[in-house]
Ligand binder design. Structure first.
Ligand code: SF4
Ligand code: FES
Length: 288
Protein backbone atom coordinates (compact mmCIF):
# COMPACT_ATOMS: atom_id res chain seq x y z
CA UNK A 1 0.00 0.00 0.00
CA UNK A 2 1.27 3.46 -0.78
CA UNK A 3 -0.96 4.97 1.89
CA UNK A 4 -2.30 3.98 5.27
CA UNK A 5 -4.29 7.06 6.15
CA UNK A 6 -7.34 6.07 8.20
CA UNK A 7 -8.84 9.56 8.24
CA UNK A 8 -10.33 10.03 4.82
CA UNK A 9 -12.14 8.03 2.22
CA UNK A 10 -10.37 8.74 -1.04
CA UNK A 11 -9.39 5.75 -3.12
CA UNK A 12 -5.98 7.13 -4.15
CA UNK A 13 -4.35 6.59 -0.79
CA UNK A 14 -5.38 2.92 -0.77
CA UNK A 15 -3.84 1.91 -4.06
CA UNK A 16 -0.48 0.19 -4.26
CA UNK A 17 2.22 1.24 -6.67
CA UNK A 18 0.87 -1.28 -9.20
CA UNK A 19 -2.62 0.19 -8.98
CA UNK A 20 -4.25 -2.52 -6.89
CA UNK A 21 -6.01 -2.14 -3.56
CA UNK A 22 -5.23 -4.36 -0.56
CA UNK A 23 -8.15 -5.99 1.25
CA UNK A 24 -8.74 -7.98 4.39
CA UNK A 25 -11.85 -10.06 3.63
CA UNK A 26 -13.47 -11.22 6.86
CA UNK A 27 -15.93 -13.90 5.87
CA UNK A 28 -18.60 -15.39 8.12
CA UNK A 29 -18.36 -19.17 8.15
CA UNK A 30 -20.83 -20.46 10.70
CA UNK A 31 -19.68 -19.39 14.14
CA UNK A 32 -16.26 -18.30 12.94
CA UNK A 33 -14.84 -15.52 10.81
CA UNK A 34 -12.22 -16.46 8.23
CA UNK A 35 -9.86 -13.76 7.02
CA UNK A 36 -8.42 -13.75 3.52
CA UNK A 37 -5.89 -11.22 2.25
CA UNK A 38 -6.48 -10.03 -1.29
CA UNK A 39 -5.23 -7.43 -3.74
CA UNK A 40 -7.49 -6.30 -6.54
CA UNK A 41 -7.52 -3.71 -9.30
CA UNK A 42 -10.26 -1.10 -8.76
CA UNK A 43 -12.59 -2.67 -11.31
CA UNK A 44 -12.42 -6.18 -9.91
CA UNK A 45 -15.28 -7.32 -7.72
CA UNK A 46 -15.74 -9.09 -4.41
CA UNK A 47 -16.70 -12.20 -6.35
CA UNK A 48 -13.50 -11.91 -8.41
CA UNK A 49 -11.49 -11.77 -5.17
CA UNK A 50 -13.15 -14.90 -3.82
CA UNK A 51 -12.65 -16.71 -7.11
CA UNK A 52 -8.96 -15.70 -7.24
CA UNK A 53 -8.40 -16.86 -3.67
CA UNK A 54 -10.10 -20.17 -4.34
CA UNK A 55 -8.11 -20.69 -7.56
CA UNK A 56 -4.95 -19.98 -5.57
CA UNK A 57 -5.75 -22.79 -3.17
CA UNK A 58 -7.06 -20.77 -0.23
CA UNK A 59 -9.77 -22.28 1.95
CA UNK A 60 -12.67 -20.01 1.02
CA UNK A 61 -16.04 -20.44 2.73
CA UNK A 62 -18.81 -21.56 0.38
CA UNK A 63 -20.58 -18.96 -1.75
CA UNK A 64 -23.03 -19.04 -4.64
CA UNK A 65 -22.63 -17.52 -8.08
CA UNK A 66 -23.34 -18.17 -11.70
CA UNK A 67 -23.38 -15.31 -14.19
CA UNK A 68 -20.77 -12.88 -12.78
CA UNK A 69 -22.75 -9.95 -14.20
CA UNK A 70 -25.78 -9.24 -12.06
CA UNK A 71 -28.40 -11.28 -13.84
CA UNK A 72 -28.69 -14.66 -12.07
CA UNK A 73 -29.32 -13.28 -8.59
CA UNK A 74 -27.32 -15.93 -6.74
CA UNK A 75 -24.33 -14.05 -5.29
CA UNK A 76 -26.07 -11.83 -2.74
CA UNK A 77 -24.38 -11.23 0.60
CA UNK A 78 -24.24 -8.63 3.32
CA UNK A 79 -21.11 -6.66 2.40
CA UNK A 80 -19.95 -4.35 5.18
CA UNK A 81 -23.50 -4.26 6.53
CA UNK A 82 -25.24 -3.62 3.23
CA UNK A 83 -26.99 -6.19 1.07
CA UNK A 84 -25.31 -6.35 -2.33
CA UNK A 85 -24.50 -8.62 -5.23
CA UNK A 86 -20.85 -9.60 -4.85
CA UNK A 87 -20.39 -9.62 -8.62
CA UNK A 88 -21.40 -5.95 -8.86
CA UNK A 89 -19.50 -4.66 -5.83
CA UNK A 90 -16.11 -3.46 -6.98
CA UNK A 91 -12.84 -2.90 -5.19
CA UNK A 92 -13.22 0.80 -5.99
CA UNK A 93 -16.69 0.81 -4.36
CA UNK A 94 -15.29 -0.70 -1.20
CA UNK A 95 -12.30 1.65 -1.00
CA UNK A 96 -14.59 4.69 -1.17
CA UNK A 97 -17.09 5.95 1.41
CA UNK A 98 -20.31 3.96 1.28
CA UNK A 99 -23.33 3.36 3.51
CA UNK A 100 -23.16 0.69 6.18
CA UNK A 101 -26.91 0.10 6.10
CA UNK A 102 -29.67 0.83 3.57
CA UNK A 103 -30.25 4.57 3.40
CA UNK A 104 -27.46 5.31 5.86
CA UNK A 105 -24.77 7.96 5.40
CA UNK A 106 -21.66 7.09 3.42
CA UNK A 107 -18.74 6.44 5.75
CA UNK A 108 -15.05 5.94 4.90
CA UNK A 109 -13.76 2.39 4.73
CA UNK A 110 -12.19 0.79 7.77
CA UNK A 111 -8.49 -0.02 7.41
CA UNK A 112 -6.62 -2.64 9.38
CA UNK A 113 -3.17 -2.13 10.91
CA UNK A 114 -1.53 -2.92 7.56
CA UNK A 115 -3.64 -0.37 5.72
CA UNK A 116 -5.83 -2.97 4.01
CA UNK A 117 -9.51 -2.17 3.45
CA UNK A 118 -11.57 -4.34 5.79
CA UNK A 119 -14.55 -6.01 4.12
CA UNK A 120 -16.94 -8.14 6.15
CA UNK A 121 -18.97 -10.67 4.21
CA UNK A 122 -21.99 -12.32 5.80
CA UNK A 123 -24.82 -14.46 4.41
CA UNK A 124 -28.16 -12.85 3.64
CA UNK A 125 -30.58 -12.66 6.55
CA UNK A 126 -33.88 -14.52 6.86
CA UNK A 127 -32.62 -17.44 4.78
CA UNK A 128 -31.24 -20.73 5.94
CA UNK A 129 -27.48 -20.87 5.57
CA UNK A 130 -26.28 -23.89 3.64
CA UNK A 131 -22.60 -23.19 4.30
CA UNK A 132 -20.47 -20.07 4.59
CA UNK A 133 -22.16 -17.35 2.53
CA UNK A 134 -24.37 -19.79 0.59
CA UNK A 135 -28.04 -19.56 1.53
CA UNK A 136 -31.18 -21.33 0.40
CA UNK A 137 -33.39 -18.68 -1.24
CA UNK A 138 -36.69 -20.35 -0.32
CA UNK A 139 -38.13 -17.36 1.59
CA UNK A 140 -37.78 -15.19 -1.52
CA UNK A 141 -39.93 -17.53 -3.58
CA UNK A 142 -42.39 -18.77 -0.98
CA UNK A 143 -44.73 -15.78 -1.10
CA UNK A 144 -44.77 -15.23 -4.86
CA UNK A 145 -48.30 -16.08 -6.04
CA UNK A 146 -48.54 -19.18 -8.18
CA UNK A 147 -48.75 -18.64 -11.91
CA UNK A 148 -47.36 -15.11 -12.12
CA UNK A 149 -45.94 -14.31 -15.51
CA UNK A 150 -42.26 -13.55 -15.73
CA UNK A 151 -42.72 -11.60 -18.93
CA UNK A 152 -43.48 -7.93 -19.43
CA UNK A 153 -44.34 -5.84 -22.49
CA UNK A 154 -41.64 -3.68 -24.00
CA UNK A 155 -42.02 -0.79 -26.44
CA UNK A 156 -41.61 -1.64 -30.10
CA UNK A 157 -39.47 1.45 -30.65
CA UNK A 158 -40.34 1.60 -34.34
CA UNK A 159 -38.80 -1.75 -35.14
CA UNK A 160 -40.11 -4.16 -37.73
CA UNK A 161 -43.14 -6.29 -36.71
CA UNK A 162 -42.40 -9.59 -35.03
CA UNK A 163 -43.18 -12.85 -36.82
CA UNK A 164 -46.03 -14.96 -35.37
CA UNK A 165 -45.12 -16.50 -32.03
CA UNK A 166 -45.54 -20.31 -32.10
CA UNK A 167 -45.23 -20.51 -28.30
CA UNK A 168 -48.07 -18.03 -27.91
CA UNK A 169 -50.23 -19.94 -30.37
CA UNK A 170 -49.77 -23.14 -28.39
CA UNK A 171 -50.60 -21.39 -25.12
CA UNK A 172 -53.80 -20.00 -26.66
CA UNK A 173 -55.23 -23.47 -27.08
CA UNK A 174 -52.95 -25.19 -29.53
CA UNK A 175 -51.75 -27.89 -27.16
CA UNK A 176 -49.46 -26.04 -24.75
CA UNK A 177 -49.74 -26.39 -21.00
CA UNK A 178 -52.74 -24.69 -19.43
CA UNK A 179 -50.41 -22.90 -17.03
CA UNK A 180 -51.21 -19.25 -16.25
CA UNK A 181 -47.54 -18.40 -16.37
CA UNK A 182 -47.65 -18.94 -20.16
CA UNK A 183 -49.32 -15.54 -20.49
CA UNK A 184 -47.51 -13.35 -23.00
CA UNK A 185 -48.04 -9.69 -23.75
CA UNK A 186 -48.99 -8.74 -27.28
CA UNK A 187 -45.97 -7.56 -29.22
CA UNK A 188 -42.45 -7.62 -27.86
CA UNK A 189 -41.73 -9.10 -24.48
CA UNK A 190 -38.87 -9.03 -21.99
CA UNK A 191 -38.33 -10.71 -18.67
CA UNK A 192 -39.46 -8.88 -15.57
CA UNK A 193 -36.66 -6.99 -13.86
CA UNK A 194 -36.65 -8.96 -10.60
CA UNK A 195 -33.84 -11.53 -10.51
CA UNK A 196 -35.06 -13.03 -7.20
CA UNK A 197 -31.76 -12.29 -5.52
CA UNK A 198 -33.37 -11.82 -2.10
CA UNK A 199 -31.46 -8.67 -1.16
CA UNK A 200 -34.76 -6.93 -0.41
CA UNK A 201 -35.96 -9.77 1.79
CA UNK A 202 -32.69 -9.76 3.74
CA UNK A 203 -32.63 -5.98 4.18
CA UNK A 204 -36.28 -5.69 5.24
CA UNK A 205 -36.44 -5.09 9.02
CA UNK A 206 -39.96 -6.50 9.42
CA UNK A 207 -39.78 -9.21 12.05
CA UNK A 208 -43.31 -10.64 11.95
CA UNK A 209 -44.73 -13.09 9.38
CA UNK A 210 -44.51 -11.27 6.05
CA UNK A 211 -44.48 -12.57 2.49
CA UNK A 212 -41.87 -9.95 1.73
CA UNK A 213 -41.09 -7.20 -0.75
CA UNK A 214 -40.17 -9.39 -3.73
CA UNK A 215 -43.45 -11.32 -3.50
CA UNK A 216 -45.53 -8.17 -3.17
CA UNK A 217 -43.74 -6.54 -6.09
CA UNK A 218 -44.49 -9.63 -8.19
CA UNK A 219 -48.15 -9.55 -7.13
CA UNK A 220 -48.51 -5.92 -8.09
CA UNK A 221 -46.86 -6.41 -11.47
CA UNK A 222 -49.25 -9.29 -12.14
CA UNK A 223 -52.19 -7.09 -11.11
CA UNK A 224 -51.06 -4.37 -13.49
CA UNK A 225 -50.48 -6.71 -16.41
CA UNK A 226 -53.47 -9.01 -16.14
CA UNK A 227 -56.73 -7.40 -15.05
CA UNK A 228 -58.42 -10.80 -14.85
CA UNK A 229 -56.04 -11.74 -12.02
CA UNK A 230 -56.18 -8.41 -10.19
CA UNK A 231 -58.67 -9.60 -7.58
CA UNK A 232 -56.58 -12.65 -6.70
CA UNK A 233 -53.45 -10.50 -6.38
CA UNK A 234 -55.23 -8.03 -4.13
CA UNK A 235 -56.55 -10.88 -1.99
CA UNK A 236 -52.98 -12.17 -1.63
CA UNK A 237 -51.77 -8.70 -0.64
CA UNK A 238 -54.61 -8.31 1.88
CA UNK A 239 -53.64 -11.42 3.87
CA UNK A 240 -52.36 -10.78 7.39
CA UNK A 241 -48.83 -11.50 6.19
CA UNK A 242 -49.36 -9.37 3.05
CA UNK A 243 -48.87 -5.62 2.80
CA UNK A 244 -49.95 -4.91 6.38
CA UNK A 245 -46.67 -5.69 8.19
CA UNK A 246 -44.66 -3.41 5.89
CA UNK A 247 -43.43 -0.47 7.94
CA UNK A 248 -42.40 1.68 4.93
CA UNK A 249 -38.71 1.49 5.82
CA UNK A 250 -37.85 1.33 2.09
CA UNK A 251 -34.74 -0.75 2.76
CA UNK A 252 -36.00 -3.04 -0.03
CA UNK A 253 -35.99 -0.30 -2.64
CA UNK A 254 -32.59 0.96 -1.52
CA UNK A 255 -30.75 -2.33 -1.92
CA UNK A 256 -32.51 -3.71 -5.01
CA UNK A 257 -29.88 -4.04 -7.76
CA UNK A 258 -32.53 -4.04 -10.50
CA UNK A 259 -34.45 -0.87 -9.61
CA UNK A 260 -37.61 -2.89 -9.06
CA UNK A 261 -38.55 -0.52 -6.20
CA UNK A 262 -40.59 -3.06 -4.21
CA UNK A 263 -41.66 -0.32 -1.79
CA UNK A 264 -43.43 1.46 -4.64
CA UNK A 265 -45.30 -1.69 -5.58
CA UNK A 266 -46.38 -2.25 -1.99
CA UNK A 267 -47.77 1.27 -1.92
CA UNK A 268 -49.62 0.70 -5.20
CA UNK A 269 -51.20 -2.43 -3.75
CA UNK A 270 -52.25 -0.44 -0.70
CA UNK A 271 -53.77 2.24 -2.87
CA UNK A 272 -55.73 -0.38 -4.81
CA UNK A 273 -56.92 -1.92 -1.53
CA UNK A 274 -58.04 1.48 -0.26
CA UNK A 275 -55.38 1.34 2.47
CA UNK A 276 -53.11 3.92 0.97
CA UNK A 277 -52.63 6.11 4.03
CA UNK A 278 -52.54 3.46 6.75
CA UNK A 279 -49.29 2.82 8.58
CA UNK A 280 -47.59 -0.55 8.90
CA UNK A 281 -48.95 -2.62 11.75
CA UNK A 282 -46.07 -4.78 12.83
CA UNK A 283 -42.74 -3.68 11.52
CA UNK A 284 -40.70 -4.78 14.51
CA UNK A 285 -37.77 -2.92 13.03
CA UNK A 286 -35.85 0.25 13.52
CA UNK A 287 -35.60 2.05 10.22
CA UNK A 288 -33.27 -0.17 8.32
S1 SF4 B 1 -37.13 -6.99 -5.93
FE1 SF4 B 1 -34.96 -6.44 -6.32
S2 SF4 B 1 -33.88 -6.97 -4.40
FE2 SF4 B 1 -35.88 -8.02 -4.35
S3 SF4 B 1 -35.50 -10.09 -5.16
FE3 SF4 B 1 -36.16 -8.78 -6.92
S4 SF4 B 1 -34.25 -7.95 -7.81
FE4 SF4 B 1 -33.71 -8.77 -5.78
S1 FES C 1 -23.15 -14.09 -10.08
FE1 FES C 1 -25.08 -13.76 -11.06
S2 FES C 1 -25.90 -12.00 -10.03
FE2 FES C 1 -23.88 -12.21 -9.21
Amino acid sequence: MSGGNKDNGTMDNRTTDNGTIAFALRIRDGATIRELRAEAAPGRTVLDMLEAARSGGAAVPAYRHSCHHGSCGTCGAVVNGLEALMCLTSAADLAAPRPRLPGGPAVPPELDDDGAVVVTLEPLSKMSVVSGLAVSPGPVFAGIPAGVSYLAAVEDGGRAPLPPDPEGARAEGGGGPADDSRWRPAGRARFEACIECGLCVSACPVAVPFIGPAALAAANREREKRPERARAMLDAAARPDGEGPCGRHLACSRVCPQAVYPGKHIQLLRNALGRGSSGGSGSGGSGR
